[in-house]
Design a protein around this ligand. Sequence first.
Ligand code: ADE
Length: 259
Amino acid sequence: MDGGGDQSGQAQKQKGAISNIVIIIAMQSEALPLVDRFHLTEDPHSPFPQGVPWVRYHGSYKDLNINLIWPGKDPALGVDSVGTISSALVTYAAIQALHPDLIINAGTAGGFKAKGASVGDIFIISDCAFHDRRIPIPVFDLYGVGLRKAFETPNLVKELNLQVAKLSTGDSLDMTQQDESSIISNDATVKDMEGAAVAYVAELLKVPAIFVKAVTDIVDGDKPTAEEFLQNLAAVTAALDVAVEKVISFINGKSLSEL
Ligand code: ADE
């Protein structure tokens, strides 16, 4: 950022610089540390339909306008609205209401040690696909897999020394044998419950999307997934939080083509 010669002390906005970011985060425990870190506040006049649990936190950070969208708690059951349906809905609603230059989907994921993942690793995603949409009819099979590329960020990956991997998304925390074969054929290193759904909506509405995923559990390890996930959630969320701040600081003052 070149604010040179600006006597007012206000940084001069670089031409084409990204200014409006939407961060989609499924779990409250993942979202709140970032709300604190960026000093975001909950929007009292939500841009979302009345009665939905979706929450918008917003604020400024450096030269960026940051919106963090959390799908909220399930109205009937009181747990985080994880999974593809809620994440697709909030991505759609946030794009319509807030017109972001860039979407960041951040969250935890299961990792495959056979592909080199360890608990606490942070990945930038190159490709997203689904592993639980099996439609064994020509072309519908490809629709089900729903392979999409994330927006490429070669400079960000290099500068922050981040690992790049493929993501496979499904609506279950556990993994059936059929899921496993699809994940292998998706060549995925990490498995989540939102990414490919966010990628679908972002592509439909032509908004670039990037994905930051932190590994809480090893899917092909010997620990029960739910137990390992809950055990590591707090520590890994803290690591995710640090990574997301670095990503956002890198983005600040840059245009999409500089990422
Ligand atoms: N999020 C964290 N761990 C996960 C897993 N094993 N599967 C899907 N989503 C996850």
